[in-house]
Design a binder for this molecule. Sequence first.
Ligand SMILES: *Cc1c(COP(=O)(O)O)cnc(C)c1O
Length: 389
Amino acid sequence: MSSEIDIAAAVRTLASVLPEKALPAALHEPEFTGAEKKMVADCLDSGWVSYAGPQVKAFEAELAHVCGRKHCIATVSGTSALHAALMVAGVERDDEVIIPALTFVATANAVAYCGAVPYLVDSSSDTLGIDPDKLAVVLKGIAQKNGRHVRNRKTGRRIAAVVPVHVFGHPTEDVRLAQIAAEYGIPLLVDATESLGSLRDDKPAASFGDLAVLSFNGNKIVTTGGGGSIVTDNDTIAERLRHITTTAKKPHKWAFIHDELGYNYRIPNLNAALGLAQLARLDDFVARKRKLAVAYHHACQALPGVTFVDEPANTQSNYWLNAIALHRGDKRDALLEALDTAGLKARPLWELMHRLPMFADAPRASLSVAEDLQTRIVCLPSSPKLATP
Ligand SMILES: *Cc1c(COP(=O)(O)O)cnc(C)c1O
């Protein structure tokens, strides 16, 4: 199983998957060859460039539809969407929020913006996200029900939410995760920032959880330049999200009355116009990225010491980032260096959250799988245009 990688052969084989003229190939590039220019220009001509504008409404309606949700509130970034979602889920100062150690820093940052503390849990090597069996064991070990609330018996803090992350677009087992969290009355808030267009059991990845969050940063599968969204089926939560992301301003013909601490988090119309043009191409982006994944998968079968990271069972991933797992981590940096020289802008996994200075003291479970994966996974260039027709 743990055979030795041949770096030169790996670079040659992985490069052979990509079209000849594609090198150097970035990790992920946006593509604006559809109606993007026209829709942004039309938006400029209309004079509606900030958050009040018809494109924001249209973008939110389309996104709610794509995610199979009743409501969508579009925001300035995925991070601000996470922050707002955590607030309306009831996360308060000195609470704990369960997140995977293996995630992009924004998940942990949003928890900290609430004055709360991330509680780090391990990942599954099948989904790269929170392992339901391990979550059940962790909660059994630390959770103590106390009336309506559940506390971490070791830290005394209330456990306010569980946030699974769909790493590289691969959906986690969110129905099971939600059931486990619900046993303790804890809401599930899904970080689906990487999984727009992915499905689990034929349902959109962002249709799971009490709330789900999306991102439209420039490197995501669909971009608005910068942007994000929260989707939910809950009317009350949706109304509250709209309110606090619009400076908590009470609707009135002229008066400026803000009835609580609010945020200027709504997406500008200009960005929503770009997003509408991009959303129209989501199916095409997903189809091409899945084709690229098949090509990488086949190429890896000829490579000793390398396994392609396939979509989890019962899912159809958008393969936002294609990735390989080396059987051993000791040659990872040599491979990254060789790929870089050959024009393949590959990247390692994120540094785990407890290894970043601001989260070094975060309470945590055993993180053995995440710690192992972190040394062995390499992300490959994954732009849709890299799929050969
Ligand atoms: C992209 C991303 C976010 C949010 O990103 P923004 O850049 O703020 O839009 C959050 N979590 C994960 C896992 C991400 O990949």
